[in-house]
Design a binder for this molecule. Structure first.
Ligand SMILES: *Cc1c(COP(=O)(O)O)cnc(C)c1O
Length: 339
């Protein structure tokens, strides 16, 4: 906890600007940091506050205090807003699923939204959250409660496997498309993780160049199709991963049309799932062995704010809703989708 763990640069700045407090910090540790945090607004009033704040935030993000109420609270107004949108989305999900069906999982996509928004949703009972950017996910996961189930839904680069694997509350990666990434994740996951990391394979159902994902399968696809090879690799070579299902983003055109006609992307994902399950079973990986899927079925992650009702009606198990819960995001994200 000592200041000595931090860079010399930080230490010097801190010393210069917060003089007397330095000694107190060394002696009293955590309590002083809590004090610093509480006084951060006062500190910002002085010219030197930038340095103090950087130090404090840096410290808090890496300290054992993570997840212990360090997230600023959303305003009452914002909390009421989130309560309303979350409850509306949940009732639409229930309606789309019908009375008898298994309740689909709502992943609240919180990219670009402050930790306070996530905390407010958490307090309203929401547990699954989706993030697209590795660094943003690392920071938020460090601040929010440990029983949040984080879903990584951004473009996955193999060189980010290590940092992702180090997040204890990472529940699933929905965007795996290569054997290289799967191998890197399996290797990087710590032995002390309590359960395997759930993996969904991203399928490019629309065939658009702008979307990542492996080509979909049809009943007559060759046995060595890329998607099939990747699924087999995870089942046979990656004991720390659990192949949970398939994910697609789908084209905007299909999404906008999905009020009037069946969404072809959703249908393609479903057919791909059926074909993959069949080839896995034929290859001796019985659905009952628990090596893939949930209750013998690969789950489908499809549907976003504009089309999640249609996705559920088309057999979706996991919907990823951002705007519908948190409101619009800054435009910047259109430019990049990697973390
Ligand atoms: C941002 C994002 C979402 C959420 O999109 P909304 O339209 O805001 O609901 C869902 N899935 C993925 C992969 C995303 O990147």
């Amino acid at each position: 906890m000592g200041i000595g763990r931090y860079g010399l640069h930080d230490t010097i700045l801190y010393k210069r600007f917060c003089k007397g407090w330095l000694r107190a910090t060394r002696v009293q540790g955590v309590r002083v940091f809590a004090y610093l945090e509480a006084n951060i607004q006062v500190l910002t009033a002085v010219r030197t506050a930038t340095y103090c704040m950087r130090f404090s935030v840096h410290h808090l993000a890496h300290s054992k205090m993570s997840g212990a109420g360090i997230v600023a609270k959303a305003s009452l107004e914002r909390t009421a807003e989130l309560r309303e949108s979350l409850s509306e989305i949940n009732s639409r999900i229930q309606q789309a699923a019908g009375p008898s069906s298994h309740k689909p999982t709502l992943v609240a996509v919180s990219k670009y939204k402050p930790a306070a928004d996530i905390q407010a949703c958490y307090e309203l009972g929401q547990r699954d959250f989706g993030e697209n950017y590795v660094q943003e996910l690392v920071e938020k996961a460090g601040q929010l409660p440990q029983d949040v189930r984080w879903h990584f839904i951004g473009t996955l680069q193999s060189n980010k496997a290590k940092i992702l694997a180090s997040i204890p509350s990472l529940y699933a990666i929905q965007t795996v498309t290569s054997i290289k990434a799967a191998t890197a994740l399996n290797k990087a996951l710590p032995a002390e993780r309590s359960s395997p990391l759930n993996i969904l394979l991203q399928v490019n159902t629309s065939g658009e160049d702008s979307k990542s994902g492996l080509p979909p399968l049809a009943p007559d696809s060759p046995a060595d199709a890329e998607l099939t090879q990747l699924a087999r690799h995870i089942i046979t070579e990656c004991p720390k991963l659990h192949l949970q299902g398939l994910m697609t983003i789908g084209s905007l055109v299909e999404s906008l049309a999905s009020l009037d006609k069946p969404n072809e992307d959703f249908e393609t994902l479903q057919k791909t799932r059926d074909a993959l399950q069949e080839v896995l079973t034929k290859n001796g990986f019985s659905p009952d062995a628990g090596r893939w899927g949930v209750d013998g079925r690969l789950l489908l992650s499809m549907g976003m704010s504009s089309d999640f009702d249609a996705a559920i009606k088309a057999g979706g198990d996991i919907v990823r809703v951002g705007t519908g819960i948190f409101g619009t995001r800054p435009k910047k994200e259109a430019a990049t989708s990697s973390g």
